[in-house]
Structure formats: structure tokens, C-alpha cells
Design a protein around this ligand. Structure first.
Ligand SMILES: [Zn+2]
Length: 82
């Protein structure tokens, strides 16, 4: 019994980690969490969309069970409209 078989794409959602990126609007460093595809820059209030490749959550039939339906819907909504 172990959790090591969870897919890597879901891992960043289930176990969010902070990342530091440069705001595309003002150039200052901001903290973004791996489970937050859309972040508002605290400096310039601009919306920052994390660029991420195609995720297994987009096509995996078990995605809802994997990260939770609520979170999955939030992620999909953030990716489809702004
Ligand atoms: Zn900014």
C-alpha cells in the first residue's frame, strides 16, 4: 500500500508547491502555487496565467477521483476562459 502510484501530473495538484516566477506585467517576482493556474500579482494586480503543458487531468478518466471533482472543475474553468 503506497501512494507512489499517483500520476505525476496530479501530484502538483494534490501536493501544491510554491514556485517563483516573474510577473509578465511588471517583471517582479511573485509566488504562485502549483494548483493555482490563475494568480493575481500582488504588485500590479495583473492576472498571471501559469503556463503549463497538457496535463493528464485533461484526459484522464480518473482525474476527478484523483484530485477531487471540485478542484478539477476549477482548473478546467480557469483554463477555458478568463
Ligand atoms: Zn505584476
Amino acid at each position: 500500500m503506497s501512494l507512489s502510484n499517483s500520476c505525476p501530473g496530479a501530484r502538483t495538484i494534490r501536493e501544491p508547491t510554491p514556485e517563483y516566477i516573474d510577473c509578465p506585467h511588471c517583471g517582479r517576482e511573485i509566488e504562485v502555487w502549483s494548483d493555482e493556474p490563475l494568480t493575481r500579482c500582488p504588485h500590479c494586480r495583473g492576472l498571471v496565467l501559469q503556463s503549463r503543458g497538457a496535463s493528464c487531468l485533461d484526459w484522464c478518466p480518473h482525474a476527478a477521483e484523483c484530485v477531487g471533482l471540485e478542484k478539477l472543475q476549477r482548473l478546467r474553468r480557469a483554463g477555458s476562459d478568463g
